[in-house]
Design a protein around this ligand. Structure first.
Ligand code: UDP
Length: 311
């Protein structure tokens, strides 16, 4: 029997890749997005696919997609400049939006997976971060609109699991990149790739010694698929444990793009986490999952996409 799946945030970076993967596995997909940061162009190649239906809607208002077997809740602004611009919308989609989609899962007995984030760990005092770490989040800083929305979302998901018996999962997603990462959304990989390809200076925030761990999108989607088939209800980190300073990341981008761009140092955003690296022991044991694509290889695979946008 064909599974019918609801994907919220379907026009986003991860949502569109997940939709492709679900269709490739034979599912039919109802994709929902209000396009506040998503881009319908990410789904343009699916026009005419009878197993895919796209609805422009805001999940903060209740809706009924009809019977579904799975709900993947990926709807939220996710890049720092975008969630700072859309702070209230981010808090709403992380609260009312999460609850509305949980109610759909409860109504139809659907398996539910929520896209949470490494931002739950804030500026972490434990390194690397394992799922048992409770985090170090500023509840009133500029990033709180995202961090606290995602933390509240996790609490809501656990409450629907514990009180209503919904079969839920929580993916704590670390920095991910690849084709369809919005060139203008201000994230480090999209900024550096576009700047390198245009011969503009790469903007290093602060001294560039802060670290991140970058996961290629195909690896991340594989992790999400495996988690959705597991029976794990507590959070699971999904990300690549290879850790780079932002300066090392800039170097990798310059190499892969063969660019001669210079570096330009600018101010570090408020509460920018100093380091971030997932402990993925739980995902390895539970899901038999680990990333396969290293940073330089993933950047090479993303080159054509960013080149097509750098024009
Ligand atoms: N960053 C940077 N230059 C840029 C964009 C980002 O140095 O043009 C830094 C940013 O300060 C942060 C890291 O790169 O330390 C990752 O930023 P991003 O916005 O991609 O995501 P975050 O992990 O902060 O959510």
């Amino acid at each position: 029997m064909t599974k019918r799946v609801l994907v919220t945030g379907a026009a986003g970076f991860l949502g569109s890749h997940l939709t492709d993967r679900l269709l490739a596995e034979g599912c039919s997909v109802v994709g929902v997005d209000n396009l506040c940061t998503g881009d319908a162009a990410n789904l343009a190649h699916l026009a005419g696919d009878p197993r895919f239906q796209f609805q422009v809607r805001d999940i903060c208002a209740g809706f009924d997609p009809g019977p579904v077997d799975y709900v993947f809740n990926l709807a939220s602004p996710a890049s720092p400049p975008e969630y700072l611009r859309l702070g209230i919308e981010t808090l709403r989609v992380g609260s009312a939006g999460v609850e509305n989609t949980l109610q759909i899962a409860a109504r139809y007995g659907a398996r539910y997976l929520h896209a949470s984030t490494s931002e739950c760990y804030g500026d972490p005092l434990q390194h690397p971060q394992s799922e048992t770490y409770w985090g170090n989040v500023n509840p009133v800083g500029p990033r709180s609109v995202y961090d606290e929305a995602k933390r509240f979302g996790e609490a809501m998901v656990m409450a629907y699991h514990r009180s209503r018996g919904v079969n839920t999962s929580l993916a704590r997603i670390f920095n991910t990149y690849g084709p369809r990462l919005q060139p203008g959304d201000g994230r480090v990989i999209s900024n550096f790739m576009m700047q390198a390809l245009r011969g503009e200076p790469l903007t290093i925030y602060g001294d560039g010694r802060q670290t991140r761990s970058f996961c290629y999108v195909d690896d991340l989607i594989e992790g999400i698929m495996r988690l959705s088939r597991s029976e794990e209800h507590l959070p699971v980190n999904l990300g690549n444990p290879e850790e780079f300073t932002i300066l090392e990341c800039a170097q990798a981008v310059l190499e892969v793009t063969a660019s001669k761009s210079e570096l330009r140092y600018v101010d570090l955003p408020v509460d920018d986490p100093t380091r971030r690296r997932p402990d993925i022991a739980k995902a390895r044991t539970l899901l038999g999952w680990e990333p396969r694509v290293g940073l330089r290889e993933g950047l090479k695979r993303s080159l054509e996409f960013f080149r097509s946008r750098a024009g």
